[in-house]
Design a protein around this ligand. Structure first.
Ligand code: SIN
Ligand code: FE2
Length: 223
């Protein structure tokens, strides 16, 4: 079992007197939570810049459904889903142009957070940006469209809180909730790289920076 990082004091907690949400005693081996590691105020305008070139969109699934989070990407490739399935594409199918480049602050955060979690040398080539409206979540899945599962995943939560659902190696393994707040960073690699995971539907609320939304940045080495 890996140790949890001690929760850092957060300005909002100091101002409101609220305790950070309880975290489980231990996370699966290879999964790390860096509470408050990201600065939401730095990341918010960068998301806007990416979305000005590659707008958020609701992607279709193979079966004709639609993913509940709106998505966009930046980097040398972007994750897409449509009737042909899931994959990474170098060209944004919605605009016909390359995805916007990874902002240096994104790159730095992913590299530093992964190194702190014990995965040095991580150089993401893509960042998937999910935008969850109230009531939206994500079903249990594995991140398995990447070439090298030796590379970790860095996942940054912004805006409204929710619970990350941590499952096991099999879809049928019962997941446990991990409460996440704006600025929390999760890193999962090694034995945790292919664990099933999902996101609980976002409860009504309003975040001062992100409004009635939760955002998630998922950094990956896809190729
Ligand atoms: C994902 O697993 O792709 C998203 C995770 C999250 O929104 O926290
Ligand atoms: Fe995922």
């Amino acid at each position: 079992m890996s140790p949890l990082h001690a929760p850092a004091a957060r300005l909002t907690d100091l101002l409101t007197g609220l305790e950070p949400p309880p975290a489980p005693a231990a996370l699966p081996e290879g999964m790390f939570l860096l509470r408050g590691r990201a600065d939401p105020a730095v990341l918010a305008p960068l998301i806007e810049t990416v979305a000005a070139t590659a707008p958020f969109r609701f992607m279709k699934t193979k079966r004709g459904g639609q993913l509940s989070a709106a998505m966009t990407s930046c980097g040398v490739c972007g994750w897409v889903s449509d009737r042909r399935g899931y994959r990474y594409e170098s060209i944004d199918p919605d605009t016909g142009r390359p995805w916007p480049t990874l902002p240096p602050a994104f790159r730095r955060l992913a590299a530093e957070a992964s190194a702190e979690a014990g995965f040095p040398g991580f150089e993401p080539d893509t960042c998937l940006i999910n935008r969850y409206a109230i009531g939206s979540g994500m079903g249990l899945h594995q991140d398995a469209d990447e070439r090298d599962f030796g590379q970790p995943i860095v996942s940054v939560s912004l805006g409204l809180p929710t619970a990350f659902l941590i499952g096991g190696a099999e879809r049928r393994d019962r997941p446990g909730p991990l409460p996440l707040q704006s600025g929390d960073v999760m890193v999962f690699g090694g034995p945790a790289r292919l664990l099933f995971h999902g996101v609980r539907p976002v409860k009504p609320g309003f975040d001062p920076l992100f409004g009635p939304f939760r955002y998630n940045l998922t950094f990956r080495r896809a190729r």
